[in-house]
Each structure stands twice: as C-alpha cells, then as structure tokens.
Design a protein around this ligand. Structure first.
Ligand code: C2O
Ligand code: CU
Ligand code: CU
Length: 457
C-alpha cells in the first residue's frame, strides 16, 4: 500500500481463514488480509496516516517497530484499541530509508496475536537511497521476506500456548515465508536482487545461507543502509531484526536461500559456523524444505549495475557527547513456588529485577542527547529491542562489533552471561501516559514481563 500521499490507509484488524495446508483451513488473524498485513510504503519527510479498526472481540495494540515517532503514536501496550474502536495515528516520517515492521504489542498477548497473524512490513524510502543504484522494484527485484515458524495441529489450526512455552519461548515446527509454507518460489530477473528479510518469529533465531554457499551482500540492518556492503555467506537473525541483502543472479542460475533453526545447529555442539559447515558437508545438496527459491526469469528486466561501494554515511557521536550511561540486566529465574506442575510458566522474566508493570515508569531519558546503554543477560539469549530510536552498537556479546552489525539497529542480541552496549539518542518525546518500551523480542519473554517503560522529555 502506497502511504506517501498522506491519504489515510485503512487497516482492518480482523479474523481470517487461510489454507496453509492442502484441504485444511486455518483460523487466522490479519490486517486487511486473512494473514499478516499489507506492506506499507512511505517516504522520509512525508506523513503516513493510518486508520486502524479493531473488529476483533479482544483489545489490540499495534506498534510500528523501528519507527522514530513520538510515544503517543508508537502503538505500545498503553495504546490498546478496544473491540470495535478505531485508532488513527498520524506518523511524521523523519528518519532515513529503512525496512521496519508493524505488529501486535498487546499487553500479555503480543506473542499469541503475532503468531496468529498480526504483523506486516513497512518500507521507508528517501532521496539518498534513491540516488544510489540499488534494486528497488517491489515484487520484481526488491522482495519482502517475512520468515516465521508455526505449528499446526491435525485439523490445520495453529498451536500456541504462552503457558506451555519453554524457557526459550514458543518454537514452531513449520517455516512460513510471507505467509505461505516454505519453500516459497519467486521469479526474479537475471541480475541483482534485493531481499528485505524480517525475522518475524516469536522466538526462533534463524541462520540463513544459500544452498550453493554463495556469497551475498548485506546492505542494510534494522535502521537503514549500512555504510558499505558487507560480503557474507551465512547470516544469523534474531526475532525482530531486519537485514537487507543483495544477491547477484547475473549468471542466470537460480538460487535457493535456506532457513536453518539456530537452536538446532547449536545442538550439534560445534558452534554456529562449524555446525553449518557440517550441514553442508554431510549432505552435498542440503535438504531443508525451509527455503526461498529464486528462479531466474530471463524475460524480466534485470538490475545489472554494480553495488555501490558506499551506501550511507553513519556518524558516531564523540565520547564527550555521551551524557549518560544506563545499565540493564535481563534475567529469568525459576519462580520456584508453583512446583513442577506449573512448569516454565513459573519463570520470572525481569529487567533490572522487575517485571513489566503498566503503572511504573522504569527510566526517564532526556530528549536529544546521546546515552550509552549497557545491557547484560544473566541467563539465556535475548534480542533486546528499544522503541522510538535507532542505535549504534559499540560492543557485541562482550567483544568487537562485527562489520554487518555496525549500522543503525533497534535490536541487539545478548548471549547467555554476556553483554552488549550501544549509543542511542531519542529525538521524539514519550510521556508517562504514552511511554516507550524496551524489551526482549522473544515475544513469550516480553509477554511474561521482560520489558520496561521509559519516558523521553
Ligand atoms: Cu517489535 Cu516493542 O516491539
Ligand atoms: Cu519496537
Ligand atoms: Cu528474552
């Protein structure tokens, strides 16, 4: 949906039905569609006017993940739309070109509602990115790739239970790409093809690689284009993250992007990369059904221009500009008081010792000044996400930030017992009535309390 002309975009939050599996209809949720919502396309310096109608029988909050907009239009849990009500946020888009997304952020129910379908992509364009020669024909050589995993029961219905989720969150067994069971096949031109990959999973970390192990280039992360393209053969993505990549199909051969579950690679005890190499060496043609097949169609006009050496200029603040430092500790502990029967539901999920409380403002941040946020995990791996900003990672998992993580981000991964830190500045305000959130983007962790609220004034 083109949102650049400022006309209100009607978005109906509703129930739906989709035949994911042959002969079976799955009950779903969607936004103006049976499952997921339309891609919203907007431009820097334009207004994106959205008009949500909630036709469900439960409340829904819809957040614009990655958008730099004030708290009052951010769509956090304080902005729940009651059944039958409308919500019409006017979003002034002032940030650089980026791939963002929108999804349910309903208090205690984000995981369930996203799982059933309340999510979609937002693409922001700007003049700087128009001026460099990148594939940008939506659906031709610029493709959204929303990866999720779902479990279906024998009747074809989604299986989901927050209470029965393990300590790592809810894992689905079947991969969906853009709302269809993988493999998904796309016809693309014999040139450069750009994929805007969103890890839209509730909890899974994915590792992506091409079946022929070819090199591709990462050109963008959560908050926009990287300074320069970064060559990669495997790419890890945590829930909530976006990666823009360009793959060159000029040789006319088709390519297959494979989706691996990181938890299953790690289970091979070899660490990420060696685990992948095992997969490649043990099975000459890696056989996973979880893939996006890019089939070259010679009839389509191809984007042949070489990738620019410079994509964007990313300016880090001077040390003297850092006005404040904040520490966050993410933790999960067995509550212990409910015994074995309550299982993992008894886990306490906290940040700085407290679970999310809608009536508590945890942090107060000054607008327009740089801060350093140091985030640590006491237990488990967590993708830590912050609303209303993009940030620049300084240290990742206790060591040097890899080149592909050096661009604008809004989600950073913390591994068990380690820490990451980033510098951040908030340019919009968020009040006590409409605060921003920071939280773990494993949605079951978020729903169980691994989230806090902050104001920006
Ligand atoms: Cu994508 Cu607060 O979330
Ligand atoms: Cu967000
Ligand atoms: Cu977490």
């Amino acid at each position: 949906v083109d949102g650049t002309n400022g006309d209100p975009v009607d978005l109906q939050i509703r129930t739906g039905k989709r035949a994911f599996l042959p002969g079976l209809e799955t009950s779903t949720l969607g936004i103006s569609q049976d499952y997921l919502g339309p891609t919203l396309r907007t431009r820097r310096n334009s207004e994106l006017n959205l008009s949500y109608t909630n036709s469900l029988s439960e409340g829904v909050a819809i957040h614009g993940h990655g958008l730099h907009v004030p708290g009052i239009v951010d769509g956090g849990p304080q902005l729940e739309i009651a059944p039958g009500d409308q919500w019409q946020p006017r979003l002034s888009i002032l940030q650089p070109a980026a791939t963002c997304w929108y999804h349910s952020h309903t208090h205690g129910k984000s995981g369930e509602q996203v799982y059933r379908g309340l999510a979609g992509m937002i693409i922001i364009d700007d003049e700087e990115s128009d001026a460099i020669d990148l594939p940008s024909r939506y659906g031709v050589d610029d493709l959204p790739v929303i990866i999720q995993d779902r479990t279906f029961d024998a009747q074809g219905q989604f299986v989901y239970s927050l209470n029965e989720a393990g300590e790592d969150g809810w894992f689905g067994e079947t991969v969906l790409i853009n709302g269809a069971i993988a493999p998904l096949v796309a016809a693309v031109p014999a040139g450069k093809v750009r994929l805007r990959v969103l890890n839209g999973a509730n909890a899974r970390f994915y590792v992506l690689a091409f079946a022929d192990n070819r090199t591709f280039f990462k050109i963008g992360s959560d908050g926009g284009l990287l300074a320069e393209p970064v060559p990669m053969t495997t790419m890890e993505m945590s829930p909530g993250e976006r990666c823009e990549v360009v793959v060159d199909l000029s040789d006319g051969a088709s390519a297959e992007l494979l989706v691996f579950f990181e938890d299953e690679i790690d289970a091979e005890e070899e660490g990420l990369i060696s685990g992948l190499q095992n997969i490649f060496s043990e099975t000459n043609a890696p056989s996973t059904n979880w893939s996006l097949k890019l089939n070259v169609d010679q009839a389509l006009v191809a984007h042949k221009a070489p990738l620019p050496d410079v994509l964007a200029s990313i300016v880090r603040p001077e040390e003297a500009e850092i006005a404040n430092v904040r520490d966050f500790v993410l933790d999960m502990e067995d509550g212990g008081d409910h015994g074995a029967h309550a299982g993992h539901a008894a886990m306490d999920m906290t940040i700085n010792g407290a679970a999310m409380d809608m009536s508590v403002i945890n942090e107060r941040v000054k607008r327009g000044v740089w801060e350093r946020w140091r985030v640590r995990s006491n237990q488990g791996a967590h993708p830590f996400h912050v609303h209303g900003c993009s940030f620049l990672i300084e240290q990742m998992e206790g060591s040097v930030t890899p080149p592909d993580q050096q661009g604008w981000k809004d989600t950073v991964v913390l591994d068990d017992d380690d820490w990451s830190e980033f510098v951040v500045r908030f340019d919009h305000s968020a009040t006590e009535q409409h605060p921003y959130m920071y939280h773990c983007h494993i949605l079951e962790h978020e729903d169980r309390g691994m989230m806090g609220q902050f104001t920006v004034t």
